[in-house]
Design a protein around this ligand. Structure first.
Ligand code: COI
Length: 355
C-alpha cells in the first residue's frame, strides 16, 4: 500500500467545453509522480500540481527511449459516480512492458491505487457529456544522466489525465484504413507486444503517408513476409468473414489490447466463433471481393470500437458493409460502452468504482 502525499494545485484551471474536447488536448490540475532509485525501490509517491518536469539533458529516456506507457479511462455514470475499466489489466501489461525493457516493475496494487488516487482527486474533471471520459496516461521514464547504453538506475512513474471525446474525427463513423506494405511495425523477438513509445515513433512515417493519401490509420502486416495482418496504429483489428471473427494472435508482435480481450470475451459469450490466428491480407481482400467480409472494426482504449469502412492494399480497395456500421460492431460498442458508462449491468465484473 502506497503512502501517497497529496499537495493539490491551489488554483484550478477553467474546464474546457465538454462538447468539444477532441482527444488529448486538455490536462487536469494535478498529476501523480513516484520515483525509483536503485537500492531503494519505488519511493515518494505524491500527487502534485500538473507542471513541467525537470530532467538532466543526459537523462537516458532522451537517448535510448527507455520508456513505457499505458492508456486507460475513467467514466462518469448516470448517478454521478466515477468508474475505471479493468485497471488491473493495464497494470499487468505495464509490468510486461517493464520486464522487456529492463525497468523495475510497479506492483499491480500500487499502480491501481495510484490511478484511483489521482482520479479521485480529479473527479470533477471526469466529463459527463455522452461519449466523453477522462483519459488516463500512466508512463515511466528513465531519468539517470548517462550516455552509455544500459538500464537506467533511476526512473519516474507519472500519471497524467485528460478529459477526452472521440479519438478519431469520424467518431463512431467508419474509418478508412491504409494497408502498409513498405515499413513494418514489429518482428518476433522485438517490442511489438509491449507498450513503449519507440513503437509509435517508428510508426509515424506510415501514418503520415496514410494521411496524405486520405486514410485515417495504417494496418500493419507481419514484419517477415508482409502478408499477415497484425494491428492498426492505435488499435487491434477484427474481421468478420462468413460469420466467424478473426483477429491476430498477440504472441510476440501484436499488442494485447484490453478492449481486444474484452471483445473476444463478449463475442464468445454471445456464441460467436473467434479465431485468434494469422490471416493474410490477400485472403481478406479476396473475402471482400466475394462478399464474405461482413464487418471490420478496430478496438482500443482511446478508439473504443471503430468500424472500418474501407481498406486499401496496394491498388486494391475493399469497401466494407457499404460503409455502414456492422450489426455486431454496433452491439459490441453498445455493450462495452454501456458497461463503462454504467448504463447496463456489469455482469462481467469489469468496472471498479473510484471513491
Ligand atoms: C490507447 O488506446 O489508449 C492507446 O494508448 C493508443 C494510443 C492513443 C497511442
Amino acid at each position: 500500500m502506497l503512502d501517497i502525499k497529496i499537495d493539490l494545485a491551489k488554483t484550478k484551471k477553467a474546464k474546457p467545453d465538454e462538447k468539444n474536447l477532441s482527444f488529448g488536448k486538455y490536462y487536469t490540475d494535478n498529476m501523480f509522480i513516484m520515483d525509483y532509485t536503485e537500492g531503494v525501490g519505488w519511493h515518494d509517491p505524491r500527487i502534485v500540481p500538473y507542471q513541467p518536469i525537470s530532467l538532466d539533458p543526459a537523462a537516458m529516456v532522451f537517448h535510448y527511449a527507455q520508456e513505457s506507457f499505458e492508456g486507460m479511462k475513467a467514466y462518469r455514470t448516470a448517478d454521478g459516480s466515477v468508474q475505471l475499466f479493468r485497471p488491473d489489466k493495464n497494470a499487468e501489461r505495464m509490468q510486461s512492458t517493464h520486464r522487456r525493457i529492463c525497468i523495475p516493475e510497479v506492483p499491480v496494487e500500487d499502480f491501481v491505487q495510484a490511478v484511483k488516487a489521482l482520479v479521485s482527486a480529479e473527479k470533477e474533471w471526469v466529463p459527463s457529456e455522452p461519449e466523453t471520459s477522462l483519459y488516463i496516461r500512466p508512463y515511466t521514464i528513465a531519468t539517470e544522466a548517462h550516455l552509455g547504453v544500459k538500464p537506467s538506475s533511476t526512473y519516474m512513474f507519472i500519471i497524467i489525465a485528460s478529459p477526452v471525446g472521440a479519438y478519431y474525427e469520424e467518431g463512431m463513423n467508419p474509418v478508412k484504413i491504409f494497408v502498409e506494405d513498405e515499413y513494418v511495425r514489429a518482428t518476433s523477438g522485438g517490442t511489438g507486444s509491449i507498450k513503449c513509445g519507440g513503437n509509435y515513433a517508428a510508426s509515424l512515417i506510415s501514418q503520415v503517408k496514410a494521411h496524405d493519401l486520405g486514410y485515417s490509420q495504417v494496418l500493419w502486416l507481419d514484419g517477415v513476409e508482409r502478408k499477415y495482418v497484425e494491428e492498426v496504429g492505435s488499435m487491434n483489428i477484427f474481421f468478420k468473414i462468413s460469420g466467424v471473427f478473426y483477429t491476430a494472435p498477440t504472441s510476440g508482435t501484436v499488442l494485447p489490447g484490453i478492449t481486444r480481450m474484452s471483445c473476444i470475451e463478449l463475442l464468445k459469450k454471445w456464441g460467436y466463433e473467434v479465431r485468434e490466428e494469422h490471416i493474410t491480407i490477400d485472403d481478406i481482400m479476396k473475402a471482400a471481393g466475394e462478399g464474405k467480409l461482413e464487418e471490420v472494426f478496430g478496438t482500443g482504449t482511446a478508439a473504443v470500437i471503430s468500424p472500418v469502412g474501407e481498406l486499401r492494399h496496394k491498388s486494391d480497395i475493399a469497401h466494407i458493409n457499404h460503409n455502414k456500421i456492422g450489426e455486431v460492431t454496433q452491439k459490441l460498442y453498445d455493450t462495452l460502452t454501456g458497461i463503462q458508462w454504467g448504463k447496463i449491468e456489469d455482469d462481467m465484473n469489469w468496472t471498479v468504482k473510484v471513491d
